[in-house]
Design a protein around this ligand. Structure first.
Ligand SMILES: Nc1ncnc2c1ncn2[C@@H]1O[C@H](COP(=O)(O)OP(=O)(O)OP(=O)(O)O)[C@@H](O)[C@H]1O
Length: 221
C-alpha cells in the first residue's frame, strides 16, 4: 500500500477520514494516509475525486465529519501556524497591494518574525522558481504562472513541517513545470513534507509516493 509512510515518525496522520459536504454529499470515505518529514506525496485522481477537499481538511480548513487528521500530533483544525502547515490554494490568495517578495515573506511578517527567515532558503526559492526578476513588482502585475510560483514560495518560506499544494502546476506551461519540481527538491532538502494534489505526470514522477483517490476513497495498489 502506498498509504503507509515508510519514514520514522509521521508528520501527517490521516486516519479513517470521512467527510460530507453541503449537508448530504459524501466526498471522502475511509481515507487513511501518512506522511513523513522530507517526503513528497502526490495525491491523484479524477476531477471530483476529493483531492481538494482532503487538502483543505489537512490544512485545517474545516474538520472532517468522521475520523482524525493530525499534523505533528496536533489536530489539523487547531493548527494556526504556517511554520507547521502551509497551503498553496488553487485560487492562490496573494495580497494584491504587495510585491512578489512581500507576498513571499508575508507568513513571516504575520508571525512578527521577520528576522527569523532563512535568507539562503529565500534565495534558493527565488532562484528555483525563477522569480528574481519580478521580486519588486506588484503580484498583480505578473502572469498567473508567476503568481502561482509566488504563492508556492510563500508556502515554503517558513520551512513548514508540512506544505499542502493544491494543483501546484495548474497555471504553469510545460517549460515551467520543471521549476515546480526544483522547488519540491528545495522542500525535500529542508525536510518539508509535501502533500501535492496533482494531475501532472511530471510531478507524479518526482514524488516519493502516490495515493490515488476515486470517488472519495483511496484506491489500493
Ligand atoms: N460545497 C460543496 N457542497 C457539496 N459538494 C461539494 C462541495 N464542494 C465540492 N463538492 C463535491 O465534492 C466532490 C469532491 O470535490 P473536490 O474539489 O475535492 O475534488 P477534486 O478531486 O479536487 O477535483 P478537481 O481535480 O476538479 O479539483 C465533488 O463531487 C464536488 O462536486
Amino acid at each position: 500500500m502506498t498509504t503507509e509512510s515508510t519514514g520514522p515518525e509521521p508528520v501527517l496522520v490521516v486516519e479513517d477520514v470521512g467527510h460530507v459536504l453541503g449537508g448530504s454529499a459524501r466526498v471522502l470515505q475511509d481515507v487513511s494516509v501518512q506522511l513523513s518529514a522530507g517526503e513528497v506525496l502526490a495525491l491523484v485522481g479524477r476531477s471530483g475525486s476529493g483531492k481538494t477537499t482532503l487538502c483543505h481538511l489537512v490544512a485545517g480548513l474545516g474538520r472532517p465529519t468522521s475520523g482524525r487528521i493530525t499534523v505533528g500530533g496536533t489536530d489539523a483544525h487547531d493548527v494556526d501556524d504556517w511554520a507547521l502547515v502551509s497551503l498553496l490554494p488553487q485560487r492562490l490568495g496573494l495580497v494584491e497591494e504587495l510585491t512578489v517578495e512581500q507576498n513571499v515573506l508575508l507568513p513571516s511578517r504575520l508571525r512578527g518574525a521577520d528576522d527569523t527567515v532563512d535568507g539562503a532558503l529565500v534565495e534558493d526559492l527565488f532562484a528555483a522558481l525563477d522569480l528574481t526578476a519580478f521580486r519588486d513588482r506588484r503580484a498583480t502585475q505578473t502572469s498567473l504562472g508567476e503568481q502561482q510560483r509566488t504563492a508556492l514560495a510563500r508556502a515554503l518560506v517558513l520551512r513548514p513541517a508540512l506544505a499542502v499544494l493544491d494543483e501546484p502546476t495548474g497555471h504553469q506551461d510545460d517549460e515551467h513545470v520543471a521549476l515546480i519540481g526544483a522547488a519540491l527538491d528545495v522542500a525535500r532538502r529542508h525536510g518539508v513534507a509535501v502533500l501535492a494534489a496533482t494531475h501532472d505526470e511530471r510531478i507524479i514522477g518526482a514524488a516519493d509516493r502516490v495515493v490515488t483517490l476515486a470517488a472519495g476513497r483511496v484506491v489500493p495498489d
